[in-house]
Ligand binder design. Structure first.
Ligand code: ADP
Ligand code: MG
Length: 348
């Protein structure tokens, strides 16, 4: 079989880990990214630096690859759709368009009779005046948000006066859930009712950013079953190909809610690299490249800690790892506050 050339849009840590997994499968990777310092260029076969609407660079990229995937969802639909006319883009551009918009995403989940938080669309500041019922809540930008960016916690209406919010953009207002726990479920779907699913991962956030992930999640059997069933059903309904992650909330009354869907590999799944026979990254590549599906086997329990900003420094300087510890440095050029710089997974 001739070598597969896989195009990946986005060059952050998820792109890097996809490229590493592809290499293991003898697949060549061409990464397209709008960041000249994208860390994934250290791990791929070829790197194209260009804006996501650069027609010439896009056609250059298309000519070099057999198929295309992406590591993040905030890519213009037009770009993915254009690429898909020439080479398969997986997951399908229409799926990405649905999920990259918080309102469309939540409407879709509700139509499946799967619970989400209560939410309402906000098109201008006036819309907020009558929405006392949704407070305390979080105002979230409808597109392009990640790691808590574009989110404003609102306790009372007066808070709006002190916040500098750009109302030329669309938002949703979400009622705050009294969280007991957050979990995520990662599924890799290969085709109709043909998938591998990882056990639920328990996630702890700090300042709306993921800090810790661990397996097993400390949850009831009922929540475990329901979260896996919902994640599988979502992937089936979308006719999804590849790895997908569903983030869930569990409230203090043991109700499960879908928070959001990521049409891609996910930060909480970093621990699958060390804790399973096949990582979420390798499974994603196996599914989109129509390679053999291998039965998933858990090798160990694990905890993953995200190293944010200068938390990476001590690990870079004084690396004394135990046999059960695995440190990943994303090799980002600049250490920045609130930037994910690396992680450490410990098998337990
Ligand atoms: P992002 O796209 O930035 O990941 P999320 O909607 O997942 O945005 O929000 C990030 C985190 O903020 C969540 O994982 C959770 O900890 C907290 N959060 C968001 N929405 C709510 C909510 N409605 N109730 C309680 N906590 C929330
Ligand atoms: Mg999230």
């Amino acid at each position: 079989m001739s070598t597969i050339n896989l195009g990946i849009i986005g060059g952050g840590q998820l792109g890097s880990m996809l490229a590493i997994a592809a290499k293991k499968l003898n697949i060549k990777t061409i990464i397209y990214c709008d960041d000249i310092d994208a860390p994934a260029q250290n791990f791929c076969n070829e790197f194209i630096f260009a804006e996501y609407n650069d027609k010439k660079k896009i056609s250059d990229f298309i000519s070099k690859v057999n198929l295309i995937t992406y590591e993040f969802e905030n890519i213009p639909f037009e770009t993915l759709n254009e690429m898909n006319k020439f080479k398969p883009v997986l997951p399908k551009p229409s799926i990405n368009r649905l999920i990259q918009h918080r309102l469309a995403e939540k409407d879709f989940v509700n139509k499946l009779n799967i619970r989400t938080t209560r939410y309402v669309s906000i098109e201008n500041k006036k819309d907020l005046a009558t929405l006392q019922d949704f407070l305390p809540g979080i105002l979230k930008i409808s597109t392009m948000g990640y790691d808590g960016k574009g989110q404003y916690p609102i306790k009372k209406m007066d808070d709006l006066d002190t916040l500098d919010i750009d109302f030329s953009k669309e938002y949703i207002l979400e009622k705050l859930v009294k969280l007991k726990k957050e979990i995520s479920v990662i599924v890799t779907r290969f085709g109709n009712n043909n998938y591998e699913i990882y056990e639920p991962i328990e996630n702890t956030h700090e300042n709306q950013m993921l800090k810790y992930s661990k397996i097993p999640a400390d949850i009831s059997q009922k929540i475990l079953d329901q979260s896996k069933e919902w994640a599988t059903r979502i992937s089936e309904e979308l006719k999804y190909i590849g790895t997908l992650c569903v983030e869930f909330f569990i409230d203090r009354n043991e109700n499960l809610y879908v928070n959001e869907i990521a049409p891609r590999v996910h930060n909480s799944g970093h621990l699958t690299i060390n804790a399973y026979n096949i990582s979420q990254f390798e499974n994603h590549i196996r599914a989109i490249c129509s390679l053999e599906k291998i039965q998933l086997k858990k090798l160990s329990n694990a905890i993953m800690i995200n190293l944010i900003g200068n938390q990476i420094n001590p690990y870079r300087q004084n690396l004394k790892l135990k046999d059960n510890e695995f440190f990943f440095d994303y090799q980002k050029k600049e250490v920045k506050e609130k930037r994910k710089m690396g992680h450490i997974t410990t098998l337990i």
